[in-house]
Design a protein around this ligand. Structure first.
Ligand code: ADP
Length: 161
């Protein structure tokens, strides 16, 4: 049985993340979504909220679990028995960063393999940060996030999304 870890900030989870999650589930027996507790980013949702939003958005999916973590990602991968880490790649923005991360992770944990999945075309330009900016200014983001996230953004930002 192959367990994969999909780590990230997920602030909040978007349809781009969900697309990667569903496609990864075709490849792996189990997918653990790891919500990093303290990314080097300004967060809108706290860790418990980010976990709850992913749980809500993946309710109908089998073989998915959602957990937060605060240690090194590769240590968390070992802890959950994952031999593979999954990351999503958008057209231009992600490659260099993901490559650097992958090289560091390979050095730290050569036993863990990385699988990068290309973002589907309709989500190539979707990022949590742009999404938050658009939502905070009242832009309609309903087709970019699952309904529970649209609701949470509306509640948090107080604008009509
Ligand atoms: P991190 O802070 O670890 O980059 P993110 O939540 O921003 O956390 O992203 C988690 C993973 O999901 C990363 O591999 C990122 O490239 C990928 N990702 C983010 N948005 C998309 C998208 N629209 N399509 C595909 N992959 C995405």
């Amino acid at each position: 049985m192959t367990i994969a870890l999909y780590p990230g900030s997920f602030d909040p989870v978007t349809n781009g993340h969900l697309d990667i999650i569903k496609r990864a589930l075709v490849l792996f027996d189990k997918l653990v979504i790891g919500v990093y507790d303290r990314p080097d980013k300004r967060l809108l949702f706290n860790t418990a909220e980010r976990v709850a939003l992913i749980k809500g958005a993946t309710k109908g999916l089998n073989n998915v679990s959602v957990r937060s973590y605060s240690e090194l990602t590769v240590h968390f991968a070992r802890k959950v028995g994952a031999k593979v880490m999954v990351r999503g790649l958008r057209m231009s923005s992600d490659f260099e960063h993901e490559f650097e991360l992958a090289m560091m992770n390979r050095k730290l944990a050569p036993d863990i393999e990385l699988v990068c999945m290309m973002s589907s075309i309709q989500y190539q330009f979707l990022s949590s940060s742009l999404l938050k900016e658009a939502a905070s200014l009242g832009g309609c983001i309903d087709d970019l996030v699952p309904p529970n996230v649209a609701k949470a953004l509306l509640a948090k930002l107080g604008t009509r999304a």
